[in-house]
Design a protein around this ligand. Structure first.
Ligand code: FES
Ligand code: FES
Length: 186
């Protein structure tokens, strides 16, 4: 066993782990951070995405010992108390989820994307989340949610009419065809 010390969602932990323990298993099984999920055995799906020292990583591709001395943020650490992170709020408002299994990873990847590009085009959003798979294929509303969050985070009030000042079309209208089970609230 190897001792590690990490900060996870703002709290410090010191634990003994096996050198082969994956970060995702440490988070889920030793810390109980089950908001971070495992969706594949092949490092493909991105459902396990967390931030390691501020960068999005697939936590099934990182050993827990590699996180020693690092800051880890999971989906459980992005809200501020009862106040959702703007990206969480946007996924809710724009119906950016169906079964929700990919959602923690999608949100963590999207937050990282918006850190580097606060006003992404649709293509840039799709490129930014290309490492994250949605088996419900709800990509239309996921992209809209990310752009909606981007506008909110920039304080772009014109997002509410579907357009930003730079001419990018903003996601004011939910594509219910892309989420047919969702009833849009009037
Ligand atoms: S569980 Fe990590 S990429 Fe699928
Ligand atoms: S919402 Fe079901 S996998 Fe993405």
């Amino acid at each position: 066993m190897t001792p590690i010390t990490v900060r996870v969602d703002g709290a410090a932990y010191t634990d003994d782990v096996e050198p082969r323990t994956l970060l995702v298993h440490y988070l889920r099984e030793q810390l109980g951070k089950v908001g971070t999920v495992v969706g594949c055995d092949t490092s493909n799906c991105g459902a396990c995405t967390v931030h390691l020292d501020g960068e999005a990583v697939k936590s099934c591709t990182v050993l827990a010992v590699q996180a020693d001395g690092c800051e880890v943020t999971t989906i459980e650490g992005v809200a501020r108390g009862a106040v959702l992170h703007p990206v969480q709020k946007a996924f809710h408002e724009m119906h950016g989820l169906q079964c929700g299994y990919c959602t923690p990873g999608m949100i963590m990847a999207s937050i990282d994307l918006l850190k580097d590009n606060p006003d992404p085009s649709e293509d840039e959003v799709r490129e930014g989340i290309e490492g994250n798979l949605c088996r419900c294929t709800g990509y239309q509303n996921i992209v809209r949610a990310v752009q909606h969050a981007a506008a909110e985070m920039r304080g772009d009030t014109s997002a509410s009419n579907g357009h930003s000042g730079n001419g990018h079309v903003r996601p004011a209208v939910v594509d219910t065809a892309a989420a047919p089970h969702v009833a849009v609230q009037a």
